[in-house]
Design a protein around this ligand. Structure first.
Ligand code: SF4
Ligand code: SF4
Ligand code: SF4
Length: 343
């Protein structure tokens, strides 16, 4: 999503919110509480605090959320770079056993698939939004592309594919998943695999700092094409091509894992959440449960009214703590399943 569009949408929404008298809501309403709080604040800090407008507070909140997400992404990138490959190998392993007519075995790949799937059923696609190394790589490429376009080509608006194409292109990944499942079930996948076409394998070599790609040139070319796509569209691979993303999108999610949006409390004509969504979910029209949602929580971070919540955020009355807890659970689970590099 284009940075300028997001920033202007958020700014617009925050201004509307401020104009609507929201500033009154963030100040203590009881004179007693107010005077008690004020007495605890040193005069210098108090005057500094008074200069912070609601729009600035929202901007600071957004920056803090973005920083937390980036820190979690880097940790998982370094510690669990192969988790998504392990999960998808579990899918292939199951269908290969089916084609052989042999008993399913709970090997490490199948366990990784079960673990990631259970986590997604309970917490939504948090893994995709925060922990998948390939998703993080895509975010980095898109950010880098935006910086290059802005600094070198003076483009105010980052080039991107038209949003209206997304719902159609998002179907491609289901076709890819069906094709892979079919080839695994018929035994053809092994033959195709000898051509070393898999871009994920090449990516795994690179994250393992192995740069000799002899024999993997087809995979390297496909990875290069994907990188071009990532530069032009946020979460290009996740939205359109990832077969593991297709598996996650098809999984059911417990109702309490769904994103809740209080539409009645929305600012009129505000589209800040929709504008920032990396996978172009129409938050105004779609239901709360959408398999395409990668659980990045960007929409919740930009909403000037805190209208987008999940059960744990409502329960803990905190934005960051639920994200940290989900990341910790995923990290421990990854360690238990042998997905962590250094554990
Ligand atoms: S959709 Fe695929 S590549 Fe993207 S974050 Fe999810 S598992 Fe990773
Ligand atoms: S709906 Fe919100 S949490 Fe889901 S992908 Fe879009 S911005 Fe991220
Ligand atoms: S939920 Fe979306 S549309 Fe509603 S106020 Fe928040 S950002 Fe605006």
């Amino acid at each position: 999503m284009r940075r300028e569009e997001i920033e202007s949408a958020v700014r617009e929404a925050a201004e509307k919110y401020t104009a609507a008298g929201a500033s009154a809501m963030i100040r203590p309403t009881s004179g007693q509480v107010k005077s008690k709080q004020e007495s605890l604040i040193p005069a210098q800090a108090k005057s500094k605090q008074e200069t912070i407008t609601p729009a600035q507070q929202k901007a600071r909140r957004r920056r803090q959320n973005a920083l937390l997400r980036n820190v979690i992404q880097v940790i998982f990138f370094l510690m669990m770079p192969g988790a998504f490959v392990a999960g998808f190998s579990g899918v292939k392993s199951i269908f290969q056993k089916v084609s052989e007519g042999s008993v399913l075995e709970l090997n490490s790949f199948v366990m990784a698939l079960i673990g990631l799937s259970l986590f997604t059923i309970v917490f939504g696609r948090f893994f995709c939004g925060f922990a998948c190394a390939f998703g993080t790589f895509g975010d980095f490429i898109y950010w880098l592309s935006g910086m290059i376009q802005k600094k070198l080509f003076r483009r105010k608006k980052q080039y991107g594919l038209p949003e209206r194409l997304s719902p159609w292109l998002q179907k491609i990944k289901f076709l890819i998943l069906a094709l892979i499942v079919l080839t695994c079930a018929t035994g053809a996948y092994e033959t195709i695999g000898t051509y070393n076409w898999n871009p994920w394998s090449v990516f795994s070599f690179i994250t393992a700092l192995r740069f000799n790609l002899n024999g993997y040139m087809i995979g390297a070319v496909i990875l290069a094409a994907i990188i071009v796509g990532m530069a032009l569209k946020e979460r290009f691979f996740c939205q359109f091509l990832c077969p593991m993303g297709a598996v996650f999108a098809l999984l059911p999610q417990l109702p309490f894992a769904w994103l809740q949006r209080d539409a009645d409390n929305c600012i009129k004509n505000c589209r800040a959440c929709q504008t920032c969504c990396p996978v172009d979910i129409r938050l105004e029209t779609d239901g709360f449960r959408n398999g395409e949602c990668i659980g990045c929580e960007k929409c919740a971070g930009v909403c000037p009214k805190g209208n987008l919540t999940r059960w744990d955020r409502t329960l803990l009355k905190n934005e960051m703590l639920p994200v940290i807890i989900r990341a910790a659970i995923l990290f421990l689970m990854g360690g238990y399943l042998g997905l962590c590099r250094f554990l």
